[in-house]
Structure formats: structure tokens, C-alpha cells
Design a protein around this ligand. Structure first.
Ligand code: AMP
Ligand code: MN
Ligand code: MN
Length: 319
């Protein structure tokens, strides 16, 4: 089911927008582009973004400094959007979504059903930003909206590399760069650039990685102590799992960082033989066929053993 953004919001006085915890580029691009678009098209409405604080690399996107990250009590919203996830991953904003007069869910993750009254869930789409581009009226776009959408698309496609990139994704990318923002710099500064300490932690994770299942699977982890020593947080670990996946022979890469005494946030990246979303879903997570995540409890070895079982089963079935 598609959704007419302006029609759905036409009588709304207060509109809220949120996305998933640990927001990535697609999530940040989506919430801020939609805020700009609705403010422009519906000047009488109040449109606010509620989102866990994103990484500073996204601070150039208009509206970044206005994001509410403290989730105070609010009266029910007339319309509330969940972007790039379902209600269960909204974190502190879940309460706004649940109590809103109308709930709209726009997402591209593999899911059984949407969480809203109005749902637009397209798992084949590269990114939520690509979906929003399709839902926005072209004559209402401007340079700032285009830049936010473009950042979302490049982050979820790995700069138009991953298999979720369709010919139409690149056509939209072409239309977006025509708005004249400095895209080479944006790609470099938001996608590739690392601080020295981020590079050091990545180097350490690569050096300590272990291969198993005859080199078809690789795992590495960063524990809380290491994160403390280097003074890094989860946002500093982005990209490590992709580097692990870039190793020859690897069909499935696992990167985990410790979130509690016996708890890990797990990221999975896979090739064609393993459905990462399916593996993650056994542990309460989800995502896409080639990139997924979940949170697991137990020791490092417990987690790896449990994941390994499901990965091995899929590799065997694919051989
Ligand atoms: P990550 O490895 O955290 O970068 O996540 C890879 C993909 O899986 C992204 O599209 C995430 O939104 C999704 N994902 C990560 N963790 C979860 C989770 N716990 N539940 C559902 N989807 C997730
Ligand atoms: Mn996301
Ligand atoms: Mn996304």
C-alpha cells in the first residue's frame, strides 16, 4: 500500500517523526528530510523529530540541531511517523507512536507487517530515503531535502554498491545530485572518513578476528573494557563488520560489541548463501537478507556457537 504524505497529514496540527535506536544515515536522512518536507508543504502544522542523538557526521543536515533526544512527556500527536523500523525499535519515541491519533509506518526491513494504521513497507527498496523520495512531490524538493535523502541512500547502499541498489536507485541518485550539493565531500565525510581512534579499534578488531566453518565465517568482538580504554562508543564501530565481510572466502561476517556483562549487540553481513535477517530473527533481531542485527545474551562463545549453528545450516543447504 502506498501512502499520500500530504493527504494523510492535511488536518494534523502536531506531527511527530522518529526512527530506530542507534540511528544510521538512512534513519537520520529520512526523519530530517520528512521534517523539512512537511514543514514546507504544511506551514500551519508543528513538525518535530524525536530521535536518539545521531553521530555528529550528520550535523550538516538541516534540522540536526533541533532533534529532540530526551523524549519528554508530550500530549498525543495527531500524526506520528515511524521511519526505517517498526514500533518496537523506536526506543524512547515508542510511547508517542503508540498514543498518536494516526500512526504511519514507512520502512524497508523484512517484516511480517507494519506497525501503523497506515503502512508502507517495501523490503526490496534500498532505503527508507528512496521510499520517501518516491512519496514526495518532486516540485516541493529543494537542495536541503535532496541532500538528506541522498545521504540516506548512500549509507544503506554502501554508495550504490550493495545488491539492494536498483537501476532506479541510481536514477534517483542522479536526480538528487542535480540539486548541487557537494556530494563527493559528503560521501567522504559521512561514509568513509574515520577518526584515528576509530581506525585503531577497527585495526584491532581485524587483527583479533577468528575464522571458522572452513574460513567461510568470520567473527570479531570488542568488549566494554576495550571501548573504555579507547574512549569509543557504538557509533565509532560502524564499518568494522563490512571490513570483515570484505575478506576473501567469507560468506558471513559477524561483529559484536559488548553492551552488558553478558550481552552483545551483533551485526551480520552475508553473501548470497546466507540470509542474515533470518539468522538474526532467531535471536529477536532482523534487518535485510545481506545485513542484519540482533542483541544476544551469554558469553562471547555462547553467542558465536548459537549463531554458527544457524549459519552452518544455511551454508549446507546452499551448497
Ligand atoms: P547493523 O548491523 O546494526 O548496522 O544493522 C544492519 C541492518 O539490520 C540494519 O538495517 C538495521 O536496521 C537492522 N538491524 C540491526 N539490529 C536489529 C534488530 N535488533 N532488530 C531488527 N533489525 C535490526
Ligand atoms: Mn537504518
Ligand atoms: Mn534503512
Amino acid at each position: 500500500m502506498s501512502v499520500n504524505l500530504l493527504e494523510e497529514c492535511k488536518n494534523a496540527g502536531r506531527i511527530g517523526i522518529s526512527g530506530h535506536v542507534r540511528p544510521d544515515g538512512d534513519c537520520v536522512g529520512a526523519v530530517l528530510s520528512l521534517q523539512m518536507y512537511l514543514r514546507k508543504c504544511l506551514p500551519a502544522a508543528q513538525v518535530e523529530v524525536y530521535l536518539e542523538k545521531p553521530a555528529d557526521i550528520f550535523s550538516e543536515i538541516r534540522g540536526f540541531d533541533e532533534i529532540h533526544s530526551d523524549f519528554p512527556e508530550e500530549d498525543p500527536f495527531d500524526v506520528f511517523f515511524a521511519l526505517d523500523c517498526g514500533a518496537e525499535r523506536l526506543g524512547g519515541a515508542e510511547k508517542y507512536f503508540r498514543s498518536a491519533g494516526k500512526r504511519i509506518n514507512i520502512d524497508h526491513h523484512l517484516r511480517e507487517e507494519g506497525s501503523g494504521d497506515v503502512n508502507h513497507i517495501v523490503p526490496q527498496a534500498s532505503s527508507t530515503c528512496e521510499l520517501l523520495y518516491d512519496l514526495m512531490e518532486e516540485d516541493k524538493l529543494d537542495r536541503d531535502i535532496a541532500m538528506a535523502l541522498y545521504i540516506g541512500i548512500i549509507h544503506d547502499t554502501g554508495v550504490f554498491q550493495y545488491s539492494c541498489t536498483a537501476p532506479a536507485t541510481m536514477e534517483k541518485g542522479a536526480k538528487l545530485i542535480a540539486y548541487g550539493f557537494d556530494f563527493p565531500r559528503l560521501i567522504q565525510e559521512t561514509f568513509y572518513l574515520k577518526t584515528y581512534v576509530q581506525a585503531q579499534v577497527m585495526g584491532r578488531a581485524l587483527m583479533e578476528s577468528v575464522r571458522f566453518l572452513e574460513g567461510r565465517c568470520i567473527v570479531s568482538s570488542v568488549d566494554s573494557r576495550t571501548m573504555e580504554i579507547y574512549q569509543v562508543g557504538p557509533k565509532d564501530l560502524d564499518g568494522i563488520v563490512n571490513q570483515l565481510k570484505n575478506i576473501k572466502g567469507v560468506e558471513c561476517a559477524i561483529f559484536m560489541y559488548q553492551t552488558g556483562p553478558l550481552e552483545y549487540k551483533v551485526s551480520l553481513r552475508s553473501g548470497e548463501k546466507v540470509n542474515a535477517a533470518q539468522v538474526a530473527s532467531y535471536f529477536g533481531g532482523g534487518g535485510h537478507a545481506r545485513a542484519a542485527g540482533c542483541t544476544m545474551t551469554g558469553t562471547f562463545h555462547d553467542c558465536v556457537n548459537n549463531l554458527s549453528l544457524h549459519i552452518e545450516r544455511q551454508l549446507t543447504a546452499a551448497d
